[in-house]
Ligand binder design. Sequence first.
Ligand code: SF4
Ligand code: SF4
Length: 166
Amino acid sequence: MDKDLENLKELSQEKLAENKKYFQKLKKRTPKRLDLVMQELHDEEFERTDCLNCGNCCKTTSPMFSYKDIERIAKHLKMKVPDFVAQYLRIDEDDFHVLQTSPCPFLDLNDNTCFIYDVRPKACAEYPHTNRKKFIQLTNLTIKNTEICPATYRIVEELKKKLPIS
Ligand code: SF4
Ligand code: SF4
């Protein structure tokens, strides 16, 4: 298991106020090189982190499924789109298609692999979004993800060291 996963709720709660304050200040004075720094921190973190030792995102949250995702996955499963939607998805409070149940039904709980890896939703492929362009627009989501994803928690800790804000 990932070394921080067991205590992640406590760890992220301890840092919640500090992280909120940090990102508020970062939004006011966003360094031009922020996306570059995030890309480096993301790459360094995921060189060390093996998601197959964790799987917490797939166990506890749902990705959003775009219509393209739904069509692609239904085709892969040889299902009709309405049948796929009825069997696996629901509409959330923001009007997005999300999973009905967690852990994700496509997660193999024996080894944390994904049964539909090659056709998985775009949101899964991009999770935890720490190397996305215009990262500054994703700071609230990133703070939320520090409670779910130990890699995100560590990336944020490294970011505060790399780009300290007084
Ligand atoms: S579709 Fe695959 S990658 Fe996405 S949440 Fe489910 S198991 Fe995880
Ligand atoms: S992305 Fe984060 S939460 Fe998901 S498996 Fe990897 S380390 Fe765990």
